[in-house]
Design a protein around this ligand. Structure first.
Ligand code: UDP
Ligand code: MG
Length: 315
């Protein structure tokens, strides 16, 4: 069994030595044939230098360096495209995805599953963040056609055919949480305790989380557009009834000119709603525009040499 482990790395120089040591501890007992594919996602610190050193002396550590920061989704995809194992694992460089779990995950794959996903329990997270993410998943699962689970991220082990299925999806806007779920296949879950980052800071800001959330909703169906139609129809009906009431009132009682408040509420309310709904349409249009350009998901600047030098380094 050949195992490929993909690790996207963006400015992870401080985590890499520990990651390497942990992987060298965990992987050899699992299989003789493993490769670690480290994807440098346009890091600006010493990550690439470190990857070069790692690959130089140990051909089991390969690396790819992207021409700039393309984001984690692209980095993972680059890794998947370059991995040639029968089993492929994806994990973060900061050791928040404990590699020790890989043993249990491989055992489950051996039982016949095609995907084994790791689910983290949210102990230690800020309460607001936990509540926000619960609410998000509740809404998401109503809106999208794929099933998304709270705490389940990109840490997973996939069979070759699951990876081939993922690679056959050609969309530019990749929301991999959804794609993993979309491809289906028998999926097993293992739980793990939430761990803090080994070093450095998370690359997620509140804004990027929010954008990611919106991407998730819009990437999988056009239900928000359907919602826009319903809201539009409801408002039109309400406006019609109200207009009828006003006209009848004017016919029966004559007109005085009250109603400033009603008019203002109507203008502001409908104006806001229209902008929002046009925004929804625009989001989809933007996506179509993006897809039609058919740009590559990432560009590779450098890859590791195929053979390593025999001497062991001091990392
Ligand atoms: N990452 C990446 N490109 C990016 C941002 C992050 O490859 O643009 C990598 C990062 O190096 C790490 C993983 O994605 O290995 C998860 O990132 P991070 O720890 O910042 O996210 P969090 O754990 O907070 O969700
Ligand atoms: Mg992290």
């Amino acid at each position: 069994m050949r195992l490929s482990v993909i690790v996207p790395c963006y400015n992870e120089e401080s985590c890499l030595p520990t990651l390497r040591a942990t992987l060298l501890h965990v992987l050899p007992p699992l299989t003789d044939e493993f490769e670690v594919i480290l994807v440098d996602d346009g890091s600006t610190d010493g990550t690439l230098d470190l990857l070069r050193t790692m690959a130089r002396y140990d051909s089991r550590f390969r690396y790819l360096s992207l021409s700039r920061n393309f984001g984690k989704e692209a980095a993972m995809l680059a890794g998947l495209e370059h991995a040639d194992g029968d089993l492929i694992a994806i994990l973060d460089a900061d050791l928040q995805h404990p590699p020790e779990l890989l043993g249990d995950m491989v055992a489950l794959i051996d039982k016949g599953y095609d995907q084994v996903v790791a689910r983290r329990t949210r102990t230690g997270d800020a309460r607001v963040r936990t509540a926000a993410s619960r609410a998000y998943y509740r809404i998401m699962n109503r809106l999208v056609d794929v099933e998304l689970t709270d705490g389940v991220g990109d840490f997973r082990l996939l069979s070759r055919r699951a990876v081939d299925a993922l690679l056959s999806l050609e969309e530019r806007n990749r929301f991999s949480k959804g794609l993993f779920s979309w491809i289906g296949f028998d999926t097993a879950v293992v739980d793990y305790e939430n761990v803090a980052r080994a070093d450095g800071d998370s690359k997620w800001s509140l804004r990027s989380l929010l954008n990611y959330g919106i991407d998730g909703i819009l990437s999988f169906n056009h239900r928000p557009l359907r919602l826009a139609v319903y809201v539009g129809a409801l408002c039109t009906a309400a406006a019609f009834v109200y207009a009828l009431w006003l006209v009848l009132g004017a016919l029966l009682n004559g007109t005085s000119a009250p109603g400033y408040v009603t008019i203002m509420c109507g203008i502001i309310g409908f104006g806001g709603m229209q902008l929002l709904l046009v925004g929804v349409v625009g989001e989809y249009l933007g996506r179509i525009y993006h897809e039609t350009k058919h740009r590559p998901h990432f560009l590779v600047k450098e890859t590791s040499p195929t053979t390593a030098e025999p001497e062991a380094p001091c990392l």
